[in-house]
Ligand binder design. Structure first.
Ligand SMILES: Nc1ncnc2c1ncn2[C@@H]1O[C@H](COP(=O)(O)OP(=O)(O)OP(=O)(O)O)[C@@H](O)[C@H]1O
Ligand SMILES: [Mg+2]
Length: 204
């Protein structure tokens, strides 16, 4: 049964396509992806991930993967699941994408922690996929978390993370290479990469 509190909130969220039309005033939107929007609950260290109408089925899949990950500290904790939504631990921090936009340095240690998280998932029989800049977070306490595990069961090999690491060592780490980018530059690079205008050939 859906707890009354959550049901009441969910009923007040109106989404058309990928646009939030209406929501309770006290929910703060903390992020948006291609399949869901994420709100923080007031006064609680929890977020509500609400899937867009075309992706409602993903909630159940992502919840099942979180259960397989078994409350690992590399990932946000799953508190509750329901039709088209998840309630997850709120992570106080910024995505690696935001690090690049605000000029927060991405360290080799941060990459190592993501690798540890992904290897942990592999140890659970999963195939970590779609690990891109908006799906990894640097916490205010220096920790690193991987969010958005919905595609961890896909069979197809995903090279996003390996490509990012390649670009990190080949370009980002070079002393003269900028560490801060306007959003439009980030979006252009991501668009070019996703549409295969940028190809990473010599991946390790
Ligand atoms: N637990 C969390 N704590 C804080 N912020 C979060 C949390 N989960 C997600 N976010 C924010 O919300 C954004 C969207 O969440 P998420 O990546 O889960 O959505 P998605 O639609 O599945 O993404 P994608 O486009 O990668 O498929 C994240 O990039 C991040 O900024
Ligand atoms: Mg995401």
């Amino acid at each position: 049964m859906v707890p009354f509190y959550t049901a009441e909130i969910i009923n007040r969220i109106v989404i058309e396509g990928t646009t939030v039309i209406d929501q309770p005033d006290d929910l703060v939107e903390v992020g948006k992806g291609r399949s869901a929007v994420v709100f923080k609950f007031p006064g609680e260290q929890k977020v509500l991930k609400v899937f867009f109408p075309a992706f409602l089925h993903l909630a159940e899949q992502e919840a099942a993967i979180y259960r397989e990950l078994d409350n690992s500290a590399y990932y946000p904790q799953l508190f509750e699941e329901g039709e088209g939504y998840l309630i997850l631990e709120y992570l106080e921090g910024i995505t690696f994408y935001d690090c690049l936009v605000s000029g927060v340095k991405i360290t080799e240690e941060m990459l190592r922690l993501v690798d540890e998280a992904l290897n942990y998932a592999r140890g659970k029989g999963l195939n970590p996929s779609d690990t891109h800049l908006q799906n990894v977070m640097l916490l205010h306490n220096g920790g690193v978390r991987v969010i958005d595990v919905v595609r961890f069961r896909q069979a197809k090999i995903c090279t996003h993370w390996e490509d990012l690491k390649y670009a990190y060592y080949k370009y980002y780490l070079k002393p003269y290479f900028p560490k801060k980018y306007p959003k439009w530059v980030m979006e252009t690079i991501i668009w070019l990469y996703r549409n295969r205008w940028i190809k990473i050939k010599n991946r390790k």
